[in-house]
Ligand binder design. Structure first.
Ligand code: SF4
Length: 364
């Protein structure tokens, strides 16, 4: 997606650049290029951008080196905790006052951060708070990566209940449609998975990129050679309803979208996750569970897919509210009867406006 001309770009940061680019940027600023590696170690291994902690750099140059390659990108506006301190949601202000959010969730066996890839979102899904405000702008690679580095730092320093630990998973399910900001998102995936100190050294298996179904970009991702997990937000198995819930469906039908997801699984051997937000009386009927099962089964039953049902926040009086638990159970039962592995997403952070976009919207 093109950015409007003349708009100021986020500050350039080492996470935007590969190792050669970092060196070049230092040299272009009249600084010694070989310091780039030390700065990368500070950022990706020691998880710091604070020049005061960089005692291996000459005191006279520390500030300038850090200002050149590690400019501040995210300013915390507010942090909310839930689930006894194991869920932490942060609202960030970007250099141009745009607001985005990330959510860190610690589980017994892993710690996952959910990051934003755009300020706002242009996909206009009617049930989503972020979608109502439209797209402000794409985030840069470093703005995306910095949310993850912040989460990794919080884990390493024991700031999340449960003591020091390691961040293991990243999901691109915060604000924005990741594949509409394809280049920056792929850059971020590479930085996150590049071995330290070029990057954060996470396993690609621990990274999930979600999409509402930008079919040409799913195809591009299939060829990219980064074996991340693809999560397709389907929300309806039929075009009639999906055209309404996920307007991009009027360009790429359910059949085309599921076909592209299946091709992704077939090529990468990574199981695709179908995300399905359960909305009472809208998409949670038993017949739609059967239809969803049939659509997915039509591509074979070799374990290429599983379904993740997302309970919406209960919003009494709203058109978009949580399904009845009995309907949810029946939906699961019918999918499983068709041989589709199905899980119901836990409702982490529900009491801190866990649904996408609500926190940023509340600050405006
Ligand atoms: S649900 Fe996702 S894709 Fe749709 S408007 Fe919200 S953030 Fe965008």
């Amino acid at each position: 997606m093109e950015e409007p001309r003349g708009r100021k770009k986020p500050p350039r940061h080492l996470a935007d650049l590969d190792e050669a680019g970092r060196k070049e940027l230092l040299e272009a600023s009249g600084l010694p290029g070989f310091r780039a590696k030390q700065l990368s170690v500070h950022y990706f291994t020691r998880l710091t951008s604070d020049p005061a902690e960089m005692t291996d750099l000459p005191a006279s140059q520390r500030e300038e080196l850090a200002a050149t390659l590690l400019p501040p990108l995210l300013t915390p506006v507010r942090t909310l905790e839930a689930d006894k301190g194991t869920t932490r949601k942060t609202l960030w202000r970007l250099f141009d006052n745009a607001l985005v959010e990330s959510v860190l969730m610690r589980y017994p066996d892993r710690a996952t951060i959910c990051v934003s890839s755009q300020a706002g979102c242009g996909m206009a899904c009617p049930f989503c708070a972020t979608g109502q405000g439209g797209l402000q702008r794409n985030m840069s690679t470093a703005e995306i990566v910095d949310q993850v580095v912040d989460g990794a730092r919080a884990m390493a320093r024991g700031e999340v209940a449960g003591g020091p630990g390691r961040l293991s998973n990243v999901v691109f399910m915060g604000m924005g449609e990741p594949l509409a900001n394809y280049k920056a998102v792929i850059g971020a995936v590479r930085r996150l998975t590049d071995p330290s100190p070029a990057g954060l050294g996470l396993s690609a298996r621990g990274v999930t990129v979600s999409t509402v179904g930008l079919v040409p970009r799913i195809r591009q991702l299939t060829e990219e050679g980064v074996p991340v997990t693809l999560a397709l937000s389907l929300h309806a198995p039929d075009d009639e309803l999906r055209n309404e819930l996920v307007p991009i469906n009027t360009r790429f039908s359910v059949a085309e979208t599921v076909e592209a997801a299946w091709q992704y699984a077939a090529t990468t051997k990574r199981r695709v996750s179908i995300e399905y937000a359960m909305m009472r009386g809208i998409n949670d009927q038993a017949w739609r569970a059967d239809l969803l099962g049939d659509v997915l089964r039509s591509y074979g039953d070799w374990g290429w897919v599983h379904v993740n049902l997302i309970p919406l926040n209960p919003t009494p009086g709203s058109k978009w509210t949580a399904s009845d638990p009995a309907d949810e159970r029946e939906f699961v039962r019918r999918l499983e009867a068709k041989g589709i592995p199905t899980t119901v997403r836990d409702t982490r952070g529900r009491e801190i406006d866990g649904a996408c976009g609500q926190l940023a919207a509340a600050e405006d």
